[in-house]
Ligand binder design. Structure first.
Ligand SMILES: [Zn+2]
Ligand SMILES: [Zn+2]
Length: 282
């Protein structure tokens, strides 16, 4: 009986010990996984988005070097409140933009029977409509763009959020030239697919040959229409990304770096690309 008890105790100790060491191992390996999963800053930002660009995009981690702010930039007031939820995050170092991705303007991509449906006979509509598609995106951007002079190329998928609440994409479609997919673009330079509803071209529904706010890009820099608020005309001092420093209608009289849609017809589309990159604010 005594021997049986001692054996039992030993067995119990052995079980406890192996459980503990296994748990420790698991903890260590989950830390390792986390380190592996979390890429170094530049890598993380270069990482391509999901194919087609849909879904939640959360591949940005604020670092101590990032500047913090206490109030959202006034330009965020212009965003579609029905679609977006915009707030400071990471102790004011970043701004989180959550959006349903559903724009507040007409397009054929709403599908018949929707109040914002627009009949566009010349558009070769892709199979999806808003209601059959998940258009939601979450973007976390620098609260203060990091204008170090370093540039980073855009990637497939969401490169920014427009004031309408929908996504902005670059000048590529599925890795190829956009002009092949141009027939499916609606009157405001947008289409679905695959992935979220998104604009490639000047979004005429809210900016057409003017200085209006178009949206914010992933590097935290705002993008405006083809004209500049400061001069009321097409800017002549843009860098390769369509950016320059000047006063905008939302900068409280202060000069700040911002992008414009470059006033150059894009390929065979007969319109203007929203943003072909590279980012200047990462
Ligand atoms: Zn596209
Ligand atoms: Zn400007």
């Amino acid at each position: 009986m005594k021997i049986f008890k001692i054996v039992n105790m030993l067995l119990l100790c052995f079980i406890l010990f192996t459980c503990k060491s296994r748990k420790e191992k698991q903890e260590v390996s989950s830390i390792n996984n986390f380190e592996e999963r979390r890429p170094p800053r530049e890598e993380g930002r270069r990482r391509p988005g999901p194919p087609g660009g849909g879904g939640r995009v959360r591949n940005y981690t604020a670092t101590d070097a990032d500047e913090a702010i206490t109030e959202l930039h006034p330009a965020f007031e212009a965003f579609n409140k029905e679609a977006t939820d915009i707030f400071l995050s990471n102790n004011g170092k970043t701004v989180t933009i959550e959006t349903t991705g559903l724009p507040n303007h007409e397009t054929i991509y709403w599908g018949k029977n929707h109040e914002l449906y627009r009949d566009e006979p010349s558009v070769e509509r892709t199979p999806s409509i808003m209601s059959s598609n998940n258009n939601a995106v979450t973007l976390v951007v620098d609260a203060v763009p990091n204008l170090s002079g370093k540039t980073i190329n855009t990637h497939m998928g969401t490169i920014g959020i427009a004031v309408s609440g929908a996504s902005i994409f670059n000048d590529q479609e599925g890795g190829g030239a956009l002009d092949r997919a141009a027939a499916s673009l609606d009157w405001t330079g947008g289409h679905i697919g695959p992935g979220v509803y998104h604009y490639h071209l000047e979004p005429k529904a809210f900016s057409y040959n003017d200085d209006k706010l178009v949206g914010i890009l992933r590097d935290g820099v705002f993008i405006y229409g083809r004209k500049c608020f400061e001069t009321g005309d097409y800017p002549t001092n843009l860098d390769a990304s369509g950016g320059h420093t000047g006063v905008t209608q939302y900068s409280n009289g202060k000069e700040e770096y911002h992008y414009h849609i470059i006033n150059e017809l894009y390929s065979t589309t007969g319109s203007y690309i929203v943003f072909a990159g590279p980012y200047q604010g990462y």
